[in-house]
Design a binder for this molecule. Structure first.
Ligand code: ZN
Length: 150
């Protein structure tokens, strides 16, 4: 009976963690500690609160015009950024990744949208409209990478 109760508690706490809409944490970004409030944007992805709000408005507007914005990456933990950076440095990944502690993904302001290397409707729509929502392309070689800079 005790074990069943423990199992039930574990299952409940795990599911509430998955559905958690807001996360608060402190991260070190470019050598400075930053307090972050992250909001879920669906699909298990998070952005900083203001960027998340702007992204939700942008995605809704795009969808109303028939364009779906599919997110491939948003906020990253230090460990996730380190793994990407290690893969880049070792040649396992061709796309450039910033060193851990230096990516705006860790600050929750960068989002990677599926743009088919800058050829699909999402990319064309973002190029024409993202600035209206405070987002801009900041990495010339990465048409998928958009940052909230407002
Ligand atoms: Zn990115």
């Amino acid at each position: 009976m005790g074990w069943l109760l423990l199992l039930a508690v574990l299952v409940v706490s795990r599911s509430s963690a998955v559905q958690e809409a807001v996360r608060r944490l402190a991260v070190s970004l470019r050598g400075k500690m930053v307090q972050l409030e992250l909001w879920a944007i669906g699909g298990g992805f998070y952005l900083r609160a203001d960027a998340a709000s702007a992204f939700a408005s942008m995605r809704a507007q795009a969808l109303s015009e028939g364009v779906a914005l599919q997110v491939n990456s948003a906020w990253r933990t230090r460990e996730q950024q380190k793994a990407l950076y290690d893969d880049y440095v070792s040649g396992r990944r061709s796309a450039v990744a910033a060193p851990p502690g230096y990516s705006n993904h860790e600050g929750g302001t960068a989002v990677d949208v599926e743009t088919a290397w800058g050829t699909n409707a999402a990319y064309l729509w973002l190029s024409a409209n993202a600035h209206r929502f405070g987002f801009s392309r900041t990495v010339p070689d990465e048409p998928w990478h958009w940052e909230y800079t407002a």
